[in-house]
Write a protein that binds this ligand. Structure first.
Ligand SMILES: Nc1ncnc2c1ncn2[C@@H]1O[C@H](COP(=O)(O)OP(=O)(O)OP(=O)(O)O)[C@@H](O)[C@H]1O
Ligand SMILES: [Mg+2]
Length: 318
């Protein structure tokens, strides 16, 4: 494993975890992969095994069956320090070092990596601004002088400070109010994507999961109920639990969550008016109701395909 930027692939192979003195395993035969640079969201009921799974990646928990591979290497064979330096980990119970200031906490890994001091200072300020903590006000405070949500934000800044190849995020903004959380998460993920980090992200907010995810993994009773794209879990829920969790039967919800790019067909739409592939299908439906017959679908301004009402209907009511 190296620490160059860009994401690492994570692969879970038949991973099982049985904590001592428990009759049911916390994880049972979990197999899936997170491709390099992708964002996979983990959802599922409390006690389903999400935190346990994240912790097998940075070896806070050792699998009792199967193995976890990072870029093809079993994490059990990587020296622990090396492994953890390549992984950012943000958790609900933040774990800031109480005798370090906010700035010192954020700078922990860059300092270990011997970044030049002025680069560390610049990076710390940039990260604090990113998580909406004004550096002038917060960099010299101690964790006990922060609110719960501010401490979480400092914890997230610390997790991404060294531009890790893997980010494990376990409800990192659980103590932040919903409106600020949405904007923090959007910004954080934009940054992580630009670094190319591979991200495993736990949330209880299902809508948020669907907005953010490249792939979704539903963990229940330690097993993978479903691993698929947003389209899969919305249109082809594998179990009743998954269908209920995402309220996948609700057509209006499908229109809000599925994207134009999910429904389009490749091809040219002549001079048809444009719509962006990332917009929800609901926006396309509005345009059709206003009288458009065909839309030219673009990604970053470049024509990518065609959408009409039949294609939209086929996507929403398969
Ligand atoms: N250290 C431990 N010792 C024994 N059992 C544990 C330990 N940690 C977790 N468990 C059990 O393992 C199972 C999975 O727990 P885990 O924390 O991974 O769930 P989770 O999906 O993260 O839940 P939540 O959404 O509530 O955070 C639960 O039944 C839990 O009680
Ligand atoms: Mg948990």
């Amino acid at each position: 494993m190296t620490l160059t930027s860009g994401g690492a692939e994570i692969r879970f192979e038949s991973v099982g975890v049985r904590y001592a003195a428990t009759e049911r395993p916390a994880l049972d035969d979990v197999t899936f992969a997170v491709p390099s640079g992708a964002l996979t969201v983990l959802v599922g009921p409390s006690g389903g095994g999400k935190t346990t799974l994240l912790r097998t990646v940075n070896r806070l928990v050792a699998p009792t069956a199967g193995r976890v591979l990072v870029d093809g290497t079993d994490v059990a064979s990587v020296p622990l320090e090396e492994l953890r330096r390549g992984i950012g980990y943000a958790i609900q119970a933040v774990g800031l070092f109480p005798h370090y200031t906010v700035a010192q906490n954020v700078a922990v890994v860059p300092s270990l990596l011997h970044w030049p001091p002025d680069e560390i200072t610049r990076r710390v300020d940039e990260l604090l601004r990113l998580v909406h903590l004004d550096p002038a006000r917060y960099r010299n405070r101690y964790p006990r002088e922060l609110s719960g949500g501010e401490a979480q934000r400092a914890g997230v800044a610390r997790a991404i400070a060294s531009k890790p190849r893997i980010l494990l995020m376990d409800e990192p903004f659980g103590a932040v109010d919903a409106i600020v959380r949405r904007s923090l998460q959007q910004e954080l993920l934009a940054i992580c994507k630009s670094l190319g980090s591979t991200i495993l992200f736990v949330t209880h907010d299902v809508d948020e999961a669907l907005q953010l995810a490249d792939r979704v993994v539903v963990l229940k009773d330690g097993r993978v109920e479903q691993h698929g794209s947003v389209l899969d879990v919305m249109l082809r829920p594998a179990t009743g639990y998954v269908r209920d969790l995402f309220r996948a039967d609700d057509v209006l919800r499908r229109l809000r969550i599925l994207r134009v790019g999910d429904a389009m067909r490749a091809g040219e739409a002549g001079g048809a008016p444009q719509i962006d592939a990332d917009e929800p299908l609901l926006h396309a439906l509005e345009r059709f109701l206003q009288g458009e017959r065909r839309l030219s679908v673009c990604t970053q301004g470049v024509a990518a395909g065609v959408l009409d009402l039949d294609l939209l209907r086929a996507a929403v009511l398969p």
